[in-house]
Design a protein around this ligand. Structure first.
Ligand SMILES: Cc1cc2nc3c(=O)[nH]c(=O)nc-3n(C[C@H](O)[C@H](O)[C@H](O)COP(=O)(O)O)c2cc1C
Length: 272
């Protein structure tokens, strides 16, 4: 205080410095708030793309995802992001158990018969603002959460033809193909594994994709109508892999929305 009384300019210097500090701090905070999020981590080694780690990326509740799930077949001409692809594949068949490597999808006897492929169109998946995954067919490895290029080139038109010409297959930036190695499950459960357990498991994986896509604001539809041999050929499936679902995913022209009030009104009207 004595110092301040003796040298009043010191007080005004301190106040000025504090003010400058405050202005700088506010500015830096503002800038960091609006700065774009850092680009996702994608390591590419030879033909393997290590996807960004699965993590919480949406604020959509499970109730909302169920409420807004709809088959959507019309997409705008826009890529998916690699984070969205990462989350869709994790939802389909990713690991959610650090002890045994169990998955997001239940599996009879944990035999895990499914194999997940991704057909990426030209500029179908953006890695950052300027780079895209190479168009081609990739195979998902849940343990390393990576996709491996198995076939280079945009094969969406061929996949569309294999799916009886369904246009949403050709237009979606990404098609996830769910295939199954039936022997993994039938070796333990016989015929019941073939006619029940494996198809049931594909259904679980398909629903997981629907819900994750909905939460991400994306549109999807599961497709069961296709020529098996043609799909196997286009996707370059292994001889023991059978295609079960084609799942196009894209940014919807119009996302489906309804409310619990509307649903309640419908249910009430049916109660009479
Ligand atoms: C096993 C199965 C196969 C399907 N195959 C096709 C298909 O080949 N093409 C298509 O556009 N939709 C297909 N769908 C989607 C259904 O048409 C759709 O789920 C149904 O019309 C109900 O609409 P929602 O999913 O919006 O509730 C399939 C659905 C299931 C469960």
């Amino acid at each position: 205080m004595v110092l301040v009384r003796s040298f009043p300019w010191i007080a005004s210097a301190i106040v000025t410095l504090l003010l400058i500090g405050y202005v700088v701090a506010v500015h830096v905070l503002r800038v960091s708030e609006v700065r774009a999020p850092s680009p996702p981590t994608v390591r590419v080694v030879d033909r393997v793309v290590y996807l960004p780690m699965p993590k919480r990326v949406t604020n959509v509740s499970i109730e909302e995802a169920l409420l807004w799930r709809r088959s959507i077949r019309e997409y705008v001409d826009k890529p998916l992001t690699v984070v969205q692809l990462s989350m869709l594949l994790w939802a389909a068949y990713g690991v959610n158990d650090a002890r045994w490597g169990f998955r997001t999808t239940p599996s009879a006897g944990a035999t895990y018969p499914l194999e997940i492929y991704v057909v990426v169109g030209e500029r179908g998946v953006a890695v950052n603002e300027t780079q895209y995954l190479e168009a081609g067919v990739y195979k998902y490895d849940p343990y390393t959460h990576s996709i491996m290029l198995v076939k280079l080139g945009d094969v969406r038109k061929e996949l569309q033809e294999a799916a009886l010409g369904q246009e949403w297959v050709g237009r979606a930036p990404v098609n996830i193909v769910i295939a199954a190695v039936f022997e993994r499950t039938t070796a333990r459960y016989g015929e019941r594994g073939r006619v029940r357990y494996v198809p049931m498991e594909a259904g679980h994986a398909g629903q997981n994709i629907y819900l994750m896509a909905t939460a991400l604001g994306l549109g999807t539809v599961v497709i069961g109508a296709f020529y098996d041999d043609q799909v196997s050929n286009v996707v370059s499936l292994q001889p023991n892999e059978v295609p079960l679902y084609i799942v196009p995913v894209g940014v919807p022209i119009a996302p489906y929305r309804t409310s619990f009030d509307d649903v309640a009104r419908f249910i009430e009207s049916r109660r009479g």
